[in-house]
Write a protein that binds this ligand. Structure first.
Ligand code: NAI
Length: 364
């Protein structure tokens, strides 16, 4: 029998490639709601859940999904800071798409930087109003400037190559440096002090939460541009706003925001946003905000659909789960690490107890 996937927070652009690649092997139940403890019941009768970055996959949600018979959570994202892995361990296997297009995200980071630096956002609005004045549009050459890259994984490395193409000097900070790198690793204070552009490409963890805080902003050059395409909570948003107000930094290009979960991906143009920090950041001429769209290229969407469906194929075929991640393999939080060697499963979830499940409501 065909398995059913509860696909939360579904948007028209998600459906394009999932519908093309699913080849009739799954029923996909597209749900507009975000996944949370209230909406988890919508997954009843589905064997799998597919979720994205702003779904709330807290312990309460995981428990409700488990009670409703879900045994696999397929994240259609690389980041997974919204999943409570401790709650999922032993109950729901979590798979993800580790890389779908580092180019998409790195190129968007550079797009934010170029827009901010050359004030393209202002010029665009001016010329639409037939205002061809150049006053206030002075930028700087990126050539010869220093880019500070925090996190030198897949996306960070692509961004570094782009910066080098612009003739920039690159400094990097990463607790796990890559050997024989073609750029210079420095400690974080040196990077903060010497960089003209600081771009965040590390995951959100306990160590990186508010990695850019009041203290960090104090160490930066007053012209420094901050680019964040990783996760909102890497930056203390209130401290960023204060640094901008005090002209301690030059500007910020943000594709992610600390409190984005209930705001980004939706149209609130007719409403009053109740987040004053976001409202004030948005109003600043030297801040560009995009709505977590760095991943949004055709190539990335295709890869996301392809890898997510293949992850589910492997799960339901009882095969090894190359792209699984669990509490024990997530950043070594637990001594001993994950039992998984390379490709196996992190654990076997208990079977669904059909006696305790309302089977009549399945597949309606
Ligand atoms: P990756 O896993 O390849 O690289 C992450 C790097 O961060 C690793 O080299 C790691 O050693 C480093 N890192 C870990 N802790 C660190 C710390 N305390 N300080 C500095 N560096 C640290 O991940 P990838 O694919 O490059 O993605 C990076 C981030 O980009 C993801 O975690 C995700 O949050 C974000 N992302 C955003 C998207 C968007 O649409 N805006 C789309 C995809 C990913």
């Amino acid at each position: 029998m065909k398995k059913t996937i509860a696909f939360f927070d579904a948007k028209p652009y998600d459906k394009i490639w999932f519908d093309q690649l699913v080849n009739d092997r799954y029923d996909i139940r597209y749900l507009e709601s975000k996944c949370n403890s209230d909406t988890a019941a919508l997954a009843k009768g589905c064997e799998a859940v597919c979720a994205f970055v702003n779904d709330d996959l807290s312990a309460a949600t995981i428990e409700r999904l488990y009670e409703n018979g879900v045994r696999v959570l397929a994240m259609r994202s690389a980041g997974y800071s919204n999943v409570d892995f401790k709650a999922a361990y032993g109950k729901i296997n979590v798979v993800r798409v580790p890389a779908y297009s580092p180019y998409a995200v790195a190129e968007h980071a550079m797009a934010l930087l170029l827009t901010l630096n050359r004030k393209v956002h202002k010029a665009y609005n001016r010329t639409r109003d037939f205002n061809f004045s150049l006053s206030g549009l002075i930028g700087t050459d990126l050539h010869g400037k220093t880019a500070g890259v925090i996190g030198t994984g897949k996306i960070g490395q692509v961004f570094i190559n782009i910066c080098k193409g612009f003739g920039m000097r690159v400094l990097a900070y990463d607790p796990y440096p890559i050997p024989d790198a073609s750029f210079e690793y420095v400690d974080l204070p040196t990077l903060l002090r010497e960089s003209d552009v600081i771009s965040l490409h590390c995951p959100l963890t306990e160590q990186t939460h508010h990695i850019l805080d009041v203290n960090a902003f104090r160490q930066m050059k007053k012209e420094a541009f901050i680019i964040n395409t990783s996760r909102g909570a890497l930056i203390d948003s209130a401290a960023l706003l204060a640094a901008l107000n005090l002209k301690r930094i030059g500007g910020a290009g943000l594709d992610v925001y600390e409190e984005e979960a209930d705001i980004f991906f939706e149209d609130y143009s007719g409403e009053i946003i109740q987040d004053d920090v976001l409202s004030l950041l948005t109003s600043r001429p030297n801040v560009i905000i995009t709505s977590h769209q760095a991943f949004l290229t055709d190539e990335a969407l295709r890869n996301i659909a392809d890898v997510t469906l293949k992850n589910l194929d492997a799960y339901f075929a009882g095969e090894d789960l190359e792209n699984e991640i669990c509490y024990h393999c997530d950043s070594g939080k637990v001594a001993g690490g994950c039992r998984k060697t390379r490709k196996e499963r992190c654990f076997q979830a208990p079977p669904i107890d059909l006696r305790s499940t309302d089977t009549d409501s399945f597949r309606n």
